[in-house]
Design a protein around this ligand. Structure first.
Ligand SMILES: Nc1ncnc2c1ncn2[C@@H]1O[C@H](COP(=O)(O)OP(=O)(O)OP(=O)(O)O)[C@@H](O)[C@H]1O
Ligand SMILES: [Mg+2]
Length: 252
């Protein structure tokens, strides 16, 4: 399958801390890859560096063959890489439905010259609202669509963030612990949605997760980080047998 993302020798240091320390891997189109590793092993920093939040100290990131190293987050976002945050970042003074509708591309109503002419953007706005509402239904957020983002449970915030990240028609989604704080039944439903989004829309996912029992039922490939390095890249079955991984999780 075609290569979508290629990371070569990527490094991100915070002073003396080598949070990401020379990481290389590829992700092909339509893959669902799990990214795991002990606390502080560099998973979030890796995603932050790919998505442009941090500039790398070393290394390269290629997306669809194009060098996107060091681009600003919004440029990378517009190329089709969308990420969700470990701690959801919602707009607190917006309703759930409004939060979900923020990312739509090329909203005509945002153009100050067009905004006063309702008929020019009403159809687009209606279409966007329909799409947002159907996504909220899928993620069981329809009931709370008119609630403030601050009124949601932790799990619902996660779900709202995932719903929102789908609205910009991304190609690659980098999800940072999408099921943290979500009850097991709903967590499995989220992963079923992820698989369906891959199958129906051809999306590609790189997913950080600590709950391996659930993650491993849905991913075909797992990468393991430890102290900023990638120590395993292979199928989920091999993870528990790999001496370096066992050492990373059980060692001191
Ligand atoms: N902005 C920052 N400034 C300084 N140090 C940081 C910063 N972000 C992360 N670190 C450090 O980099 C290392 C990797 O952190 P990171 O958050 O990437 O780990 P993680 O694998 O996502 O952990 P967790 O599973 O707990 O979320 C840690 O030692 C952390 O303290
Ligand atoms: Mg993290």
């Amino acid at each position: 399958m075609a290569e979508l993302l290629r990371v070569e020798g990527l490094a991100k240091y915070f002073g003396g801390i080598r949070a990401v320390d020379g990481v290389s891997f590829k992700v092909s189109e339509h893959e669902i890859v799990g990214l795991i590793g002990p606390n502080g092993s560099g998973k979030t920093t890796l995603i932050n560096t790919i998505s442009g939040i941090y500039k790398p100290n070393k290394g390269k990131v290629y997306f669809q063959g194009e060098d996107i190293t060091g681009l600003d987050p919004w440029e990378i976002y517009h190329k089709g890489i969308v990420r969700s945050f470990q701690v959801p970042r919602l707009f607190h003074k917006m309703l759930v439905i409004e939060n979900t509708m923020v990312p739509f591309r090329h909203q005509k109503g945002e153009n100050p010259w067009i905004a006063p002419f309702h008929h020019l953007w009403r159809d687009q706005e209606t279409e966007n609202a329909k799409k947002a509402l159907s996504t909220l239904k899928e993620f069981q957020l329809f009931r709370v669509r008119n609630n403030w983002a601050t009124e949601l449970s932790g799990g619902q915030m996660k779900l709202t963030e995932i719903s929102r990240s789908l609205m910009s028609e991304p190609k690659l989604l980098l999800l940072d612990e999408p099921i943290a704080g979500v009850a097991p039944k709903l967590a499995r439903e989220i992963f079923s949605h992820i698989v369906r989004l891959r199958d129906e829309y051809g999306l590609t996912f790189l997913i950080i997760e600590h709950r391996l029992d659930i993650l491993f039922d849905y991913v075909e490939r797992v990468m393991v980080m430890n102290y900023g390095e990638l120590i395993y890249d292979g199928d989920p079955e091999g993870v528990y047998k790999d001496p370096r991984v066992i050492d990373a999780y059980l060692g001191e």
